[in-house]
Design a protein around this ligand. Structure first.
Ligand code: SAM
Length: 299
């Protein structure tokens, strides 16, 4: 029996009512009801023959079904156990889908990929729960998972920030991290009316193509990200001030590091390119170990 479209409001209402399901705002539950969106995410996200897809947050399975139609295998991580009986019904026709009932931030993703997707190219496709957009993206990228790309719906403002190249006005700490690990691009905008219930903000779908190697050479990644996060800690302040606080150095020591990297101490974080952040982290890596405050036990 062909499934009724899962984007149809009355189909959704009936389904949710029969299962006694009510939306959880805290879990970011806004389900897609615009029928053109999921096929586009699946296609532009690379769901295709021979490909394994990780989905984060199945909802009632509207995107899951589009992914399962195209990919070899789909593993969906969904935290809300109330959705499991609904998903058994809506995804009954697909033998290539499994649901992992866990918090995506606690799943052992390298083990999941090794177990579920042997021999397949792997991509991530999702309409993310917006309250944890950045932690999810960082978890996917920082672990250097063997994945080709991450195609996700996020809030429009988050999409703009993530896709803004470091060194441009809209960039932030998340842009620097995302650009370090991947090549991001905006695919298409999605209006708030495309969801049930409608959120208060518009959305956009972005795709991050994971890089084989970072675009800049960094000797100490922890220090690089400490510099990036520190610099953006208070966007309106100069990097002399923010980095002096973040690196626990006095202004003169901080100035030496920044100028040694060929950067102006009066610059704001948003003006710095990845190369400049890397150069500052490089200088800091050389100077920090020589300073008395960094020579104590445990440093
Ligand atoms: N994919 C569905 C769609 O597009 O209609 C649902 C998307 S909805 C924006 C986000 C989904 O993520 C919800 O089903 C929610 O229960 C789930 N979710 C929220 N937090 C999660 C977490 N920490 N781990 C896994 N899933 C989570």
């Amino acid at each position: 029996m062909p499934m009724e479209p899962l984007t149809n409001r009355s189909v959704i209402r009936d389904l949710l009512q029969r299962h006694g399901f009510t939306f959880s705002k805290a879990l970011g539950q806004n389900f897609i009801i615009n029928p053109s969106i999921c096929p586009r995410i699946a296609e532009q996200g690379g769901a295709a023959a021979g490909v394994g897809v990780i989905e984060i947050g199945a909802g009632i399975g509207v995107l899951t079904a589009e992914l399962a139609r195209r990919a070899q295998r789909v593993v969906c991580i969904e935290i809300d156990s109330r959705l499991l009986p609904i998903l058994s019904e809506t995804l009954a026709d697909f033998s290539n889908v499994s649901i992992v009932n866990e918090d995506v931030l606690k799943v052992d993703l390298p083990a999941l990929i090794a177990r579920e997707f042997a021999g397949m190219e792997v991509v991530v496709c999702a309409n993310l729960p917006y309250y944890i957009t950045s932690p999810i993206l960082m978890a996917l990228l920082e672990q250097r998972l063997p994945i080709r790309s991450v195609t996700v719906m996020v809030q429009k403002e988050a999409a703009q920030r993530i896709c803004a190249p470091p060194g441009t006005r809209e960039s932030g700490a998340i842009s620097a991290a995302v650009w370090y690990y991947s090549q991001p691009r905006l695919l298409f905008p999605v209006s708030r009316g495309s969801f049930l219930p409608a959120p208060a903000v518009d959305s956009a779908v972005i795709r991050l193509d994971v890089r084989a190697a970072p675009p800049v050479a960094v000797a100490d990644e922890a220090l690089f990200f400490r510099v990036v996060r520190g610099a953006f800690g208070q966007r309106r302040k100069t990097i002399l001030n923010t980095l002096s606080a973040a690196l626990k150095l006095d202004k003169e020591q901080t100035r030496r590091i920044i100028e040694g990297a060929g950067v102006s101490p009066g610059a704001r974080a948003e003006a710095l390119t990845l190369e400049e952040f890397a150069a500052i982290a490089g200088q800091a890596g050389e100077l920090l170990p020589q300073l008395p405050q960094n020579l104590g036990p445990g440093d």
